[in-house]
Design a protein around this ligand. Structure first.
Ligand code: SF4
Length: 428
């Protein structure tokens, strides 16, 4: 099979994995003519996942042969799909060639499991090692790791990759047992815990090294110390995971509780939610249709609320909705409408935590408001100057010259906040 055919198969097979955004990488470039690659930059061509997400990485599998039989996966051993396998050298060459053509900013590499978890992981790590050590590749590398692989291989992966991920796959242990019986939830948790320790240790070592460099007064000596004592990187972009949504009956409340646990216990950088895509020859246990993609979108919004807005997972999904997020309204607005007694929030006196709960206020807006109110009383006109969505914000705030009156009590408040109906286009 020629390289192009393999690429067609193994890029297509990788499209179901959503956990590859490149946020969190340390900025690197090839200024000065040394090395190649950059984790940031312009002129990068993007590819798109089937649901429209923009991906600027070469996203491929090393192979779509797999000895496991996860029911939701198109690459499972019992699936009737065409199989292919890259050599390490082929993946390296493809990455370099695509990079030189300015098509990608890095590599996202995953793999089906062949022979054994260690054997597969060894091949995946070797791709990253050759890119980094033999080609001085400075672009972004995200490796999908195999939880059953040895800790030593995981450690080698972390030395070369910007980000590592292990997919938890399903939000509950019961779901994993039912749909991916060969996967071991405890092994996944153990690997994540080990990774978290490595990542934290490396971060700490680099911090201490930088602090030591600061106390050396002679600039030349400081440069030498920095060069000599460089603590090794370990997955500086942290670790992430992916959860499939809608392959089983798990509700949004449980999904968010699992995510909160992953952020808290294993200090994950991101949890990605991937709406289940029906696959050819699917098992009977799987639904025949995909969940609405807006469900995935609402989960991302809720996830954002947990990470940046101080919401606890338990308060985002109200009781009485079958444990599901509303699809017709973003979760922050839904929370505000359900908790009107907490509003209006006074722009001039409310603490940051309360301002963050106002629908239509982002973190940046809140920080600007806090800075502005140090020097003057905030008025209605200040909101307009911040370009916030006034229709959304005004019922929930009060300023020096503004009170929302009865707007907050309106029975049709939710309806007024809903986006206006729009005629669907023929080719939406
Ligand atoms: S181990 Fe990964 S590639 Fe193999 S069947 Fe399961 S999800 Fe698919």
């Amino acid at each position: 099979m020629n390289l192009q055919s393999k690429l067609a198969i193994l890029a297509d097979a990788a499209k179901y994995d959503a956990s590859c955004a490149s946020s969190g990488a340390a900025p690197r470039d090839s200024v000065g003519g040394r090395g190649m690659g950059s984790t940031e930059g312009m002129g990068i061509c993007h590819s798109y996942a089937p649901d429209g997400r923009c991906i600027s990485l070469l996203k491929i599998l090393l192979t779509n042969f797999c000895q496991y039989d996860c029911l939701y996966c198109v690459n499972r051993v019992s699936s009737n799909v065409q199989r292919a396998r890259f050599t390490v050298q082929e993946v390296v060459q493809l990455t370099l060639d695509f990079y030189r053509r300015n098509c990608i900013e890095g590599l996202f590499l995953s793999s089906g499991i062949i022979q054994s978890p260690d054997y597969t992981m060894e091949q995946v790590v070797e791709v990253a090692r050759v890119l980094r050590e033999e080609h001085d590749f400075r672009g972004y590398i995200h490796l999908k790791t195999i939880p059953d692989a040895s800790p030593e291989l995981m450690e080698r992966a972390g030395r070369h990759a910007d980000r590592l991920s292990i997919n938890v796959e399903l939000p509950t242990p019961e779901g994993l047992t039912a749909l991916a019986p060969q996967k071991d939830g405890a092994a996944i948790a153990r690997s994540m815990a080990r990774m978290a320790v490595h990542i934290e240790d490396a971060r700490q070592a680099r911090k201490e090294q930088q602090a030591a460099a600061q106390v050396v007064s002679m600039p030349a000596t400081r440069r030498t110390l920095t060069r000599r004592a460089a603590a090794p990187h370990f997955a500086p972009g942290g670790q992430s995971t992916q959860m499939i949504v809608g392959a089983d009956a798990t509700d949004d409340r449980t999904i968010l509780a699992t995510s909160a646990g992953l952020y808290g216990v294993h200090r994950l950088r991101r949890v990605y939610y991937s709406a289940f895509s029906p696959i050819p020859d699917a098992a009977r246990a799987l639904p025949l249709v995909a969940p609405p993609t807006v469900r995935e979108h609402r989960l991302y919004q809720a996830d954002w609320l947990m990470r940046f807005y101080g919401f606890a997972h338990g308060e985002i999904v109200p009781a009485g909705q079958g444990g599901m997020l509303a699809l017709d309204m973003d979760p922050k607005l839904a929370w505000a409408i359900a908790h009107r007694e907490r509003f209006p929030v006074n722009l001039n006196t409310a603490p940051r935590e309360l301002l963050l709960r106002v629908p239509g206020f982002g973190v940046l807006t809140v920080d600007r408001l806090l800075a502005a109110r140090r020097v003057r009383r905030l008025r209605h006109a200040d909101l307009a100057r911040l370009h916030v969505p006034l229709q959304k914000v005004l019922p929930f705030v009060e300023a020096a010259d503004y009170r929302p009156g009865r707007a907050l009590d309106a029975t049709d408040l939710a309806a007024r906040m809903a986006p206006p109906p729009a005629q669907r286009k023929l080719f939406d």
